[in-house]
Design a protein around this ligand. Sequence first.
Ligand code: PLP
Length: 360
Amino acid sequence: MPRIRADIAAIRPYQVGRQLADVARAHGLDPGEIVKLTANEGPEGPFPGVVEAVTRVITRSNRYPDNDCWDLGHDLADELGVDFSNLMFGAGSVALLDEIGTAMGGQGTNFVYGWPSFIMYRFVALWAGAESREIPLEDDFSLDLKAMSAAIDEGTTMVIICNPNNPTGTIKPADEIEAFIESVPEDVLVVVDEAYHEFVTDPSYRTEIPFALERPNVVVLRTFSKIYALAGHRVGYAVARSDLLTELRKAQAPLTVNQVAQTAARATIGQPQELERRRGLNEARRHHLVGALAERGLPMAESHTNFIYFELGDRADAIIETMTTRGVLIRGMGGGWVRVTIGDEGENRQFLEALDGALG
Ligand SMILES: Cc1ncc(COP(=O)(O)O)c(C=O)c1O
């Protein structure tokens, strides 16, 4: 066996979730019937116009993509009210996190983030050779910014704020986030992961993009994988001051966002009515599911996103397994807590039926 880096060899590989075909085979189900509520994907297909745009560009597959994401970047910059130079694209925001982690990690460094939060932060720290400082959430499942602040020391090079937080769906008010960032030394990078930004309607919340443009050490991450329903294409972006992005880009492989993905993302933007329609649908469906879980007496965190974090207790693993045999997949998060992605009406009905069947 080649001498793999010891800290990489020690990793237990990330389980992206059981393959639908696997689950179908194991339980004699048709893969098309399985209700997958494990990955916070959008329940509907891409935005209008995406399929046509992608079909047109596929004929140019012999050419490399535009390394600068020029067309997508200019349209997105207009939509966000930022300059093209304030944007950096990646093959999903996970890839950007990895690249940013590479730029910020190394021996003797540490990354500070809340816990539970997005599982990939742990991997990003490991890959980067940085120590993980996982700071428990507050009792209401939101980030404990005070404790995160206290965890920062001379070794800290990166702090990640997941707002809204995955898997809990909770938010922190923008004023508190900004006060926290102001307390972080300027040589520490603050990454604000806003993967679920578009779902939030609470007035205390706002994006940190304008704040990031004022400060030398703040990057906001966004993705086309969630409300924009392009998870299969892998497009995410970072927004920050251009001098900071110039440095971070040094850790990124070239040509990382493929041409079909750039085209799909470009065709998605500039459709505020469709965005609003999907936000509204998600909110109504969330309201319905939150009510249904409350009726069943199940404790949960206050979600502002397209998923709900709730408690099933000691029987959580058995309940998840029983639901799986009925073709409904939700994700166990440990400690008796689970996360369900909000699906469409049919999927949500099947989820509740399977849950009731498993609860007994
Ligand atoms: C908080 C958070 N950040 C980033 C991502 C990754 O998104 P992408 O598909 O852009 O890599 C996810 C996906 O689940 C997420 O939950």
